[in-house]
Structure formats: structure tokens, C-alpha cells
Design a protein around this ligand. Sequence first.
Ligand code: GCB
Length: 620
Amino acid sequence: MAAKIFPLVLLVATCACLAQPPAPLITNVEHRTTVSLNGPWHAIVDPYDTGLKDYRSHVRSKDGFFQNAKPQTPQDLIEYSFDKSETLNVPGDWNTQRPSLLFYEGTIWYEKSFSYRPKPHTRVFLHVSAANYFSIVGLNGTVICDHEGGFTSFNCEVTPLLHEGENFVVIYVNNTRKADGVPTLSTDWWNYGGLTRDVQLIEVSERFIQDSFIHLVAGTRDQVSGWVKLSDATANQRATVRIPELAIEKTIATNNAGVAEFSFSDKRLQLWSPEHPKLYKVEIETSAGESGTDASKDKLEDEIGFRTIETRGHDILLNGTPIFLRGVSIHEEAPYRSGRANSEEDSRTLLGWAKELGANFVRLAHYPHNEHMLRMADRMGLMVWSEIPVYWDIKWDNPATLANAQNQLTENITRDKNRASIVIWSVGNETPVNDARTKFMQALVKTARSMDSTRLLGAALQVQHTDAQHRDGTTRIIDDPLGADLDILGCNEYIGWYEGKPEDAEKANWKSPYDKPLIMSEFGGSAQSGLHGNADARFTEEYQEDLYKHQTAMLDRIPFLRGTSPWILMDFRSPRRLLPGIQDFYNRKGLISDRGEKKKAFYVLQKWYRQKETTDHSAH
Ligand code: GCB
């Protein structure tokens, strides 16, 4: 017995960070009643975690900065002050808000005071759309939850802690890279820290609509099915689903898990596609239930598109019709000003450029992007590849790393599953082939499939060079064993940049043992906007232009190719890109510079996409 108790005691005594998981995610925040906490927050830069841990040990201090303490008398010793600290804007990465923070990796404490009046029969959740990388949330001096992962949203209930008048929220955010984190120590993007997306209070009724999923059934053009999940797991609660434009109204009842399922068919349904991104207003309403009080009523609407995405052999079928995905990869980097993108305006600019390029598809690399991007893609008619930051070589053997990756994937799917634009969940990028990694990735595929059967599973793989046949320099075989578990094979290749010369692309012969479609998920090369020279001079626009010409000629010869998302739409900051005068901490593979200037290669791809669009249309 004693032996069993010991580890628990030890854990409680030594753990600085007893996990307090967030509450189940409330989805569709856009249409909820919210109080924005965006704007200036006081910020304390705390490189030694002084505000979190006792000074000699690593135990979390009970007097941490969550208290937002203020001296009451001149004798009081308090060695921090939110009130006297400068502010940082939320949403926003801290790196681009102060020159001294550009390279900062560590802790910053955020504090915001706000006045609030609690409303009867109303529950309140503090919702953080993203905090990179690890965060702990406190309200009025009480720690309420923590969260790992820098690109997904979470919420914690604050109802019992809020009071009439002034309240304060303190959020600890730490962006230290971790060997066992997701992502891990090395990435090719800037580790922007902070409260990078919106923070708000969500006000809901006592029993509210927690989540819902509504979609077209695979293989059909007119059958819709879905479910509504209420916040408490009680049977026989009533909910009504309406699509006013189609005069559809379904009243359904929950099962013991608080989930009510529905389905209907309607031949008038107009399907979502890039050419016709039709969205329907969908309303969900719950009735007062047996208690008969308004406190258990809730009403929520959303704009939802209906489409199917499937594969057949090498083909990708959108609404049953073969389609080529003319895409481009995009980082969540703000156009014109650098830093993390977040606003609706940012997404309009980035996706507007993709449209101008002739794209019908974007790969949102390498992590879940903000919700504006997805909603904008829904409206603009761009199909989306959504990805989690399982990038390069992470700790495949560590169960905590897998749990973390699964959690980020779950949070991504939970938030975005109603976006018609998303056609692919990608479980990772350029992960090296070995048994532990393949098992890890298979577990992610399983997680995604168990949550969503309406989308394709993919990953950006690399070509393997395992035997002499592959090393002849011309044959490239996509034989990653993970291919067997995926619906779509993604492949990143850099012929003409990291490997050989641009013209070598034309000698390459691509093979695949899988009867599945291939998306060339990356290819490209760097050019500094405005730098001109011979086509064989690195970093000139002419080199990049020439590379795209050779690449597109090669791509045209791959019989099982069904999409491309070259690297990348816009130059982005990266700590790995050190060449002075050219890179200056930017990855220059953008078709557009960070200042919005289009490079010559942009027009090569645009021309190719225009031709592809014409052939695609004449083929149907
Ligand atoms: C890759 C990575 C991407 C990098 C890119 C590059 O293969 O997937 O994140 O930024 O190459 O520019 O090297």
C-alpha cells in the first residue's frame, strides 16, 4: 500500500505545474454572445519565471503573479507591478511589438482589468483563441486552467469567480521551445510568443449548445446529417435545427450523452465549390426543457457549406467530380508588417493573393491558422489543407508528445469541422521514416478518422532514397509506409534548390506504389524581391522564375498528380535564414515579398494555373 501512495505524494509535492485542463471547447465563438478582452494588456517580461515558482525550488509559488498584488502600505514588499508595466496589444505576438522582444523566448505575464456585471442564469467562459506555447490562466487571483499548444483555442469556466465591478485576468504565457513539444526545438518559422489571437468572455445559458457538426454525407449530393451536443449529458433535451432558405426544420432529442443526431435530404441543395461557394444559414435552437426555464434555452447560427470530398484511384473528387487542386502554401504571417497574422483583413489579403494566382486551394502550413482564415476560405471558395505542427523530428517514443499532438489535432478538428473549405487534415510535415514515427503518425490518423469521416487524411512526406534504383538521380519513388494509412500523398521536393539544378526536374520520373492521388505539397526556391541577374544566380528573381518553369514542366508529366501547393505565397520570418542583405532572418521562397511585391515566379505559376483551370473545365 505504502508503495502505491508514495509516487502520488511525490508528484503532488514536486510538480510545479499540476495540470488543470481547460473546459470542453465551445465552438462557433463567432456567433456567440461575447465580451472582447482584446486591446492593451499590462505585460511583465519574466525570463526567470520569478512570478511562477518559488525562488529555490521549482514548485509553483502560491504568491505568484496571478495575485496581481499591490502594496497596501509603504511597508509592503511587492517586487512587481502590472499597473506600472508597459502594455502589449492583444491579439498580437510580443516579438514585433518591441524591438527588445524580437528574439525573446521565455515568459511574459499578461494582465487586464475589466468591469463586469454578472447576469442571472448565465455561465461565462474565458476563451483564448491562441497563446503560444504554454499558458496558465488566472482570474481574480485564482488559477483556473492551463494549456499546451500555440495554435489552437481553449476555454475555462469563470462563472463562480466573476463579481460585479472590477475583475482582472492574468495569463502566463511561455514560448520556450521544448525537445518533447509539438513542434519541437527546430522549425523554419519564427517562434512568435504571446496572446497571438483574440481573448474574450463567452456568455452562455446554464445549459447551452456546446458543439455541433453538420455535413453532406459522402457519396450523396442531397443527404445531410449531423449532431448537436448540449453542455450537459442529459437525455431527452430538445433541439431544433433549421435551414430557413430550404424551409428545413428538424426537432430532435438528446441521448444520454447529451447528443442529438439528425439527417434529412433535399434535392434543392446547392453544393459548395470554389466556383460557387454557397453557404447556408443554419440555426440551432434548444427549448426550455422540462424545467421550463429560459436558463436552459440557447440559440446559435452559423454559415455552412455542403460538399463531399473523396478519392477514387488517383483522382480527388469534389462533389463527385475529379478536380485538380491548384494551391499554394501559406504561413500565418501578416502581410506588409510581418509578425503573426490574425485579423480578417490579413486573411482577406493573403487569400486574395492566392485567388489572384489562380488558386482554388491553399495549404495552411504548418499549424492550425486563425479562424478568420477558415471562414474567409469558406466565403471565397478556397479548399484548405489544415495541418498540426508535427514537424520534422519530434519525440516519437514519448507518450506525452503523442498525447499533446493528439490533443492539438482534436482541438483543431473540434473548432473547424464545420468549415466546408477544409478538405484535408494533415497529420504532419517531413517526418523521417522509422517505426516509432510511423506508429505515432498512424495514431494521429486514427484520432482524426474517429472524429471526422468526411475529409481526407494527408501528410507532407519526403521521397525516400533507400536503394540503388532510387539513387540513379532520375527515379523518385514515394514509398513511405505511412502512405498506406493516408488518403492523399503529400510530397515535399526541392529539386533545383536543395538538390541539383532547376533543369534536373525535367529528368525526374515519379513513381508511387499507392493507387492514391499525389499533391506536391512543397517545391520552390528563394529570391529576393528586386534582385535581378542571370537565371543561374541564386536568390535572383530570374533563378526562382526558371525553377518554376522547370518544375511545372516536370509536374505536368506525373500521371498521378492531383494538386500542388508550392512553397510559399509570401516571404516569412525564420531564425534559420541568416544570410545578411538577402535573407536577414526571412525565408525568401515567397512568390510575393513580405512587403507585398510580386516576384517573377508568381506569374509563371499564375499562367500554369490558368491553363490548368481551362483544361480542368473542358475535361468536365
Ligand atoms: C521544407 C519545410 C518548410 C521550410 C522549407 C524551406 O521542407 O517543410 O517548413 O520552410 O522546406 O524553405 O526549406
